[in-house]
Design a protein around this ligand. Structure first.
Ligand SMILES: *Cc1c(COP(=O)(O)O)cnc(C)c1O
Length: 357
């Protein structure tokens, strides 16, 4: 690993008691370049700008994918990552689908641990706080011929994140737009998937909804995801989430929620959820909760769902009554070392990682 430490740490300008997400990037970043069929040496360097031509192939043909993860500090100041291998495996699955080279484990995991170690002072401690980490791979070759790039960059940047709390939102069940299609790239964390979701989301915003519940592209009869999160529905005391597929992203939070629900002995079923079932349950009064899950906010509860011209309110549950919040607390307690980790999910970041690389 090539290490260039910053001579001008910005940490004194960061107030861990008062900041908002995205205002600050940590002092360093990881960069690794791919050329002539192989990845070069991992570089840990000061965070900053990189020069790219507008003819960069990532900008023109969209070969770009990313990951979203977090690091947490416990009450003793120890630093933990969460299920790192899931993100490592997923970025390579995304890369493969976009005809990009896979990154070796020592580049992804080795770079990540070194970065977390050197900038551990940037990881905020306390209720709901964490460091949001963004690993990404993108094409860097300059050229306008529509083909696979021969050059790529793997990078990791990170920014302190705020509270997990996100207010309950209203969501519109899509009966026209799709996030993903059969044979498409929905299960990859492809940058372009986000670009394609913004316009339908803007239209939903104009109708007074914060997010969209994406339905299947062929019939729009089945739930797939909500916004950029996986979706869970509770009818009576049974929780449902659709099975992952090439159209549904295999979220780490989704998988963790399923395992936590089973661990608690809850009735959780990985089954397709139809719009019809949800609307019938709403009418019958058995629809209790719908929520989205993802690394960024862990859980977003839904307060209303819209379908065509109708809008239905969901019940307001107390923290004790809500399965979503119960499972969220279980997860956060494991992530932040506030509870036992029977699953072996936490990954401790040892001190002085750099001395061993
Ligand atoms: C990242 C992402 C998720 C959530 O995945 P996590 O691993 O739980 O953060 C869900 N859906 C989409 C489309 C995503 O890009």
């Amino acid at each position: 690993m090539i290490i260039q430490k910053t001579a001008n740490s910005r940490i004194s300008s960061f107030d861990p008691e008062n900041y908002s997400f995205g205002d600050h990037f940590i002092d360093h970043m990881i960069v690794c370049e791919y050329e002539n069929g192989k990845w070069g040496e991992v570089k840990l360097m000061p965070y900053g700008q990189l020069p790219f031509s507008p003819a960069n192939m990532a900008f023109n043909y969209g070969q770009a994918c990313f990951e979203g993860m977090k690091a947490y500090k416990d009450k003793d100041g120890e630093v933990y990552l969460f299920r790192v291998n899931k993100n490592f495996e997923r970025i390579n699955k995304s890369a493969k689908r976009l005809a990009m080279p896979e990154v070796p484990e020592e580049v992804f995991v080795g770079g990540l641990k070194a970065l977390m170690d050197i900038d551990r002072a940037w990881i905020p401690a306390g209720e709901g706080k964490s460091l949001y980490i963004r690993p990404l791979i993108f094409a860097t070759e300059e050229g306008l011929k529509a083909r696979v790039s021969n050059k790529y960059m793997f990078a990791i940047v990170a920014a302190p994140a705020k509270s997990y709390y996100s207010a309950p939102v209203s969501v519109k069940i899509s009966d026209y737009f799709s996030r993903a299609a059969s044979g498409g790239v929905g299960s990859a964390k492809a940058a372009g998937n986000y670009a394609a979701s913004f316009y339908p989301t803007q239209l939903a915003n104009e109708e007074g909804y914060e997010q969209i519940i994406w339905t299947d592209d062929s019939t729009h009869e089945y739930f797939e995801e909500s916004g950029t999160m996986n979706v869970f529905v509770r009818i009576g005391d049974t929780i449902y989430t659709p099975p992952t597929s090439e159209k549904i992203l295999d979220g780490v939070t989704r998988d963790s929620f399923i395992q936590l629900a089973k661990h608690r002995g809850m009735d959780i079923r990985v089954e397709p959820i139809s719009v019809k079932t949800v609307l019938e349950a709403q009418k019958a009064g058995t629809l209790k909760e719908i929520w989205g899950v993802g690394t960024a906010v862990v859980t977003t509860a839904f307060k209303a769902i819209g379908y065509k011209d109708e809008k239905f309110e969901l019940p307001v549950l107390s923290e004790e009554e809500s399965f979503a919040l119960t499972l969220k607390n279980d997860l956060v307690n494991i992530q932040t070392n506030a509870a036992e980790d029977p699953f072996g999910w936490r990954v401790k970041v040892e001190k002085n990682v750099l001395e061993t690389v």
